[in-house]
Design a protein. Structure first.
Length: 244
């Protein structure tokens, strides 16, 4: 775990040493702030203090921002050969994957923490459902972990950052949008399976203030499966390099 934290610290520092962190944070805060306060939201007209618009747009912004964040994590290092150098050290593939995961997750956590003023300001405008707000943030945090896992798996598969970005978007789109359509058009066990695989329903449940262990298990499962798969891809690549 110590090695993973060292890698995470190094990656976070590299985010802020370049423009990556600042650009992604500015995009996230700018877009979510616009839709929270200006576009289609009039707190005084509806006479209700709510962050419903924020949670609705935040998941869509993260859907694009996280693949942009993760696309370089392995793809660039595979291309330049720095990943192979890292694997020659006394660091396991799992520690490398975890380190990069924690780094991305920490940056998302920073982005979400920077939106706390939205919460405080809306709270000042009138009574707000604190429980639903807190579970909404929990939903964003857990969903981000799943997206990061998907992004890291996509980045581990290819040496091309653009391909990694697009691959992560495709998988995310299946979970967010396509599966819900299949579930709605199907019946019986097929509908139940795709209904459960649909990420949107699990996030919406949390954003409404409902904490269901099935939702927690869902996000945890997606995250762990993708991270384990990313480790397997790195291990296979490392084995091929050792054989050549």
């Amino acid at each position: 775990m110590k090695a993973a934290l060292v890698i995470a610290k190094k990656e976070v520092r590299s985010f802020f040493d370049s423009l990556i962190a600042y650009v992604l944070l500015a995009l996230f805060l700018g877009i979510t702030g616009y839709f929270t306060w200006l576009a289609g939201n009039d707190f005084f007209l509806v006479k209700q203090a709510t962050l419903r618009n924020f949670f609705g747009i935040a998941q869509l912004v993260l859907f694009f921002v996280i693949p942009a964040l993760t696309m370089r994590m392995f793809a660039e290092e595979n291309r330049t050969g720095t990943l192979e150098f890292l694997q020659t050290k006394s660091i396991s593939d799992w520690q490398i994957v975890l380190g990069k995961f924690f780094a991305c997750w920490m940056l998302v956590a920073v982005a979400l923490l920077l939106t706390i003023p939205f919460y405080i300001t809306v709270w000042q405008l009138g009574p707000i459902d604190h429980g639903a707000t807190l579970t909404g943030y929990l939903g964003l945090f857990l969903m981000s972990a799943a997206f990061i896992g998907i992004g890291l798996l996509a980045s581990s598969i290819t040496n091309n950052q653009i391909v990694a970005f697009l691959l992560a978007l495709v998988v995310g789109a299946l979970l967010q949008f396509v599966f819900v359509g299949i579930a709605n058009e199907s019946t019986g066990i097929v509908s139940n399976i795709f209904g459960y695989l649909n990420m949107q329903s699990h996030y919406t449940s949390l954003a409404r203030g409902v904490i269901d262990t099935r939702d927690i298990i869902y996000f945890f499962s997606i995250t762990m499966v993708t991270l384990i798969a990313a480790e397997a891809v790195l291990g296979k690549r490392n084995y091929k390099n050792a054989q050549s």
